[in-house]
Structure formats: C-alpha cells, structure tokens
Write a protein that binds this ligand. Structure first.
Ligand code: MG
Length: 380
C-alpha cells in the first residue's frame, strides 16, 4: 500500500449571490483537494481548509516528494511526522490545513485498500446516522434590518419544515462595515428566530469572533435568556483566557474550535475550561487523526465534541466518518448555504432524513467524486 503520487487539485465556483458573516463577504467557494494514489491504484481524497494559495504549493512542492513511497497503513505516524516536519519548517505558522488535506486522503486510501469505511478504522461506529443541525442564516444584501430579519426568519422556518430541529445563525453585525447595526440587533435577530420556531428547536448562534469581551458578555447574558444552546466564537480565538472567563460567567456555553488546530491546542483550551463544546474541523484541525484525538480529549474533560463542517463533498464525507465514532451526542453541522461544490461533486450527495443524516458505510470516507463535475470546477 505504498503511496505512488500526491496531487493538489484546486477547485472554485462563484456563487450566484454573495453572503456575509461578521468577518467578510463570501462570493465564491474554493478548495484545495488532495488526491493520493497507491501502487495498487487505489485513490484517496482529502481537502485542505482555506484558500488554494499556499495549500497547493506546500502539498505539491514540499509534502508530495517526502510522502511518496511511504505506506498508507502508517497513517498516524505519517500524520505526526508531517506535523513535526511542517512545524520545523514553518514555525508558528504550521499549515494545519495541509496536514488536514493529506491526512484525510491517506485515511480514505487506507480504508479503500481494505474495503472498510474509515469509521471502522478509527475505532468503530457508535451510530449509523447522526442528528444534523442546519447551519446557514448568513446575511445578504439588504437596505434595512427588518428585511434581513424577515429573510433569516423565513430561512429558519424553511429548515424546520424540512425536518431539522436544530439551527445555527450568524451574529456580530458590528464587525462588518456593510451592516450598520450592533449587538442589540444581534439579540433581536436571535429572538425573532426563537419566536418563529418555538422553544423545542435547538438554537445555536455564531459571532465569528466579532466581539470585545464586554460586548460578548452583554450578548451572552441575553442569549442565555433566549435558551440558546451555545454561543460560538464570541471573541478572537487566541483569547483563550477570555473564553474561560465567559464560559464560567455565562449560562450559555461557549463553543469554538474552527480556528484551533491539533490536539495540543485543544488541550490548552480544555485545560482552561474555555468551552462547553469543541469544534475541530477535519480540514483545519489536522485531519481525521487530530479530530478523533480532540474528540477523545474532549470526552476526558466531559466536553462534547461537535465538529465544525463548512467544506465540499469531500470534507462532509470525512466529517461523517469521524462523527460515527465520537462519544456522547455529537451533531453534524450541515451547511445549508448555497454551494454547488458541496452538492454536485459527489455522485451521491449527502442529504438529511428529517433531523438526521445517514452515515455511509462504503469503503474509505465513502465519497465517490464525479470526474466530469470535478473537471468543471477545476481552476488549473
Ligand atoms: Mg463558526
């Protein structure tokens, strides 16, 4: 099961309508996929977090020559060696997204070589389907807050009509120059969703680190009164001490993890009591290897791991495999924003069955990439 080639495949698609979160507008979706091929002709797919730029060059020029000739069965050792190599070379920058893309591709190839789903190799399946929450409710171009609120509430009731009983929306207007509102409108938006969907729907909200500490406290107190299930990324990810403070003070638990990588970063977060929910992303936290380790570490701290997912069909498939293995009651973050690469790249797209999503048991990560669709998305 020797690795014979490692390729970086950049893909991109403009969106019909741009959408916004506290930090930015999103007008396209873009990914650097990783394709590993073994000497037996088995292909494994992975996905890096973030822009293609940087990921592609490091995968192709720096990692591929080092990786070729190694055995996919040694995936965890390769993961650790790769983290060591990249940390030595790039120091504090350590491109975790590259580790993520390569690690997922290796697990996929390993599983396919054995004819087993990756969940079997990660310690075995605890579930064959997983509760899913609808992530969305991003902001669109509007002239006034009332229109935005109406659109977001309509989206929320649409998800409930589609069977979801857990939703997540975006707050943090003050951080975005094109949305001239503040924390009061953030709270008003969540209150409007709560009123529309009722108390039985699990409601989470995500500030994408828009706040200073005092604003986070003001918002968090009010979200607690609205029965919000978690407040995600209220402050900047490096401010672990602020997370710990807020997580102790507020009734609403904090969630975070999409900007943290590797088990050693999550160990610091968990030791500090900084979150009630950990959210490693397979593409940015160091792949399936690190995500599974973070889930174990979280469980040891009595903290639920609920991975972050906001990728293509490849990241979604990989996330489902690790979700099959996570202790407790994880949920799938099921991105419902418009994304042709998530919906069309796989021959069999992932869909919800009411409030849950079935976890594939096909070999590897269980994704069958459509070659013609892939070609239509390629940037190179
Ligand atoms: Mg988030």
């Amino acid at each position: 099961m020797q690795i014979s080639s490692v390729e970086a495949i950049p893909i991109h698609r403009e969106l019909d309508e741009r959408i916004a979160i506290a930090q930015k507008w999103i007008s396209s979706r873009e990914y650097c996929l990783v394709r590993v091929t073994t000497d037996e002709g088995v292909t494994g797919w992975g996905e890096c977090w973030g822009p293609v730029a940087g990921n592609r060059e490091i995968v192709e020029e720096y990692v591929a020559p080092w990786l070729e000739g190694r055995d996919v069965r040694n995936v965890e050792q390769i993961h650790d060696d790769l983290v060591f190599k990249l940390t030595g070379s790039y120091h504090s920058y350590t491109p975790a997204s590259v580790v993520g893309g390569v690690d997922i591709a290796l697990w996929d190839a390993y599983g396919k070589s054995l004819g087993l789903p990756v969940s079997d190799l990660l310690g075995g399946r605890r579930r064959d389907s997983v509760r899913a929450y609808a992530t969305g409710h991003f902001w669109t171009e509007v002239d006034d807050f009332e229109t935005l609120k109406e659109r977001v509430v309509a989206e929320a009731t649409g998800h409930v009509d589609a069977g979801f009983d857990a939703l997540k929306n975006k707050i943090g207007f003050q951080r975005h120059p094109d949305f001239p509102w503040g924390w009061r409108e953030d709270v008003e938006l969540v209150a409007a969703i709560r009123e529309a969907v009722g108390d039985d729907v699990r409601l989470m909200t995500d500030a994408n680190h828009a706040y200073d500490l005092a604003t986070a406290r003001r918002v968090g107190e009010r979200l607690s009164d609205l029965g919000v299930y978690w407040l995600e990324e209220p402050v900047r990810p490096h401010a672990v001490d602020n997370y710990a403070l807020l997580n102790r003070e507020l009734d609403v638990p904090l969630a975070g993890g999409e900007c943290w990588a590797f088990e050693h970063e999550f160990a610091r977060v968990l030791d500090a009591g900084a979150v009630g929910v950990t959210q490693p992303d397979v593409t940015s936290a160091g792949g399936l290897t690190s995500t599974r380790r973070v889930a174990t570490l979280s469980d040891a701290h009595n903290v639920q791991c609920i991975p972050h997912v906001f990728g293509s069909a490849v990241a979604l498939a990989a996330s489902l495999q690790v979700l099959a293995t996570i202790p407790g009651e994880p949920m799938l973050e099921f991105d419902r924003t418009p994304n042709p690469i998530r919906d069309d790249l796989a021959v069999d797209p992932v869909t919800n069955d009411g409030n849950s999503v079935p976890i594939p048991d096909a070999p590897g990560i269980g994704v069958d990439v459509d070659p013609d669709v892939l070609d239509s998305f390629r940037m190179d």
